[in-house]
Design a protein around this ligand. Sequence first.
Ligand SMILES: Nc1nc2c(ncn2[C@@H]2O[C@H](COP(=O)(O)OP(=O)(O)O)[C@@H](O)[C@H]2O)c(=O)[nH]1
Ligand SMILES: [Mg+2]
Length: 288
Amino acid sequence: MKVFIIGPEGAGKTIFATMLHDYVTSEQGNLRIKVRAGDIATKKYLAKELNVLKHGEWPNSTKEGKQITLNWIWEVSGRELSFQLADSAGQDIRSELSGEQDQLHIKQQIQDADILIILVDIYGHQSDAHEKKIENAWIIEESLKIAGEAKMILIGVSKADLIPPPFKREYWQNTEAIVSLFKEYMPEFNFEAFRRRLQSSKTSIVAFSAVSNTSNRSENGRLIRFPQNPLNPIGIDIIAQEIVRIVKKKNPSLVRKLLSIVFFWIPIIIVSLFILIALVSYILTIFL
Ligand SMILES: Nc1nc2c(ncn2[C@@H]2O[C@H](COP(=O)(O)OP(=O)(O)O)[C@@H](O)[C@H]2O)c(=O)[nH]1
Ligand SMILES: [Mg+2]
């Protein structure tokens, strides 16, 4: 399964990818999800990122021209799925979508992905300069366009811990509440295509916070928020469940496949056979 993650610089892609790994042990009903690194490079990369977070700092932002591919194994209720997640720098996503360069083949990666995750930092968008705001909105619109109607898309509103007044937890999965946030904070955004996309069963929208415990610290006379331990992600488990739901839809289990054969294909074949026999005997009665 290929998962591609997209969003403007600072949307929270890398921290989300890090936290989606180590902190996901989601249990809901009979659905159990556990995520582990699939290779040593992924393990090392995530350990490094987590170590920084655990020391109360934010990891460095992803370098331009660099793409990180994480290989995960997801244990879903005893079944193992392998996932590949590609994360790039926001600057590269912007310049490749606008056609300025094409080293990382971002458009191709969107098309090839089984699941596209689009991250939006609605709150941070507020303080951006006007050109940057237009660019943020454009990255989302363009990604939706390239993905087309058939692609599974998960839209994640990141850093929900910062949205005032503290965005209520009961709204973190509420499409209407999240869309009204978009309207309030991102008026530059074209809602036409977005609304249509949200009505499709191939789209999910969730607000989440990869690191919800943060505290202010003064640095060079400015108050800056830093992660605080325990890291306490909120909504990451919901995203993991959404991904599994999408995967299950794409790869129906053997039982569902068998059921569809028994209740759909076998009756269709029997009815077609009857029609064929009736037709042949009708033709025979005419000619004989
Ligand atoms: N409060 C808060 N800040 C976050 C969270 N996730 C990311 N950030 C902030 O957003 C910045 C950018 O995150 P990063 O993952 O590097 O963004 P990327 O450029 O999309 O990969 C970090 O340095 C943090 O300051 C979160 O869950 N809560
Ligand atoms: Mg990054």
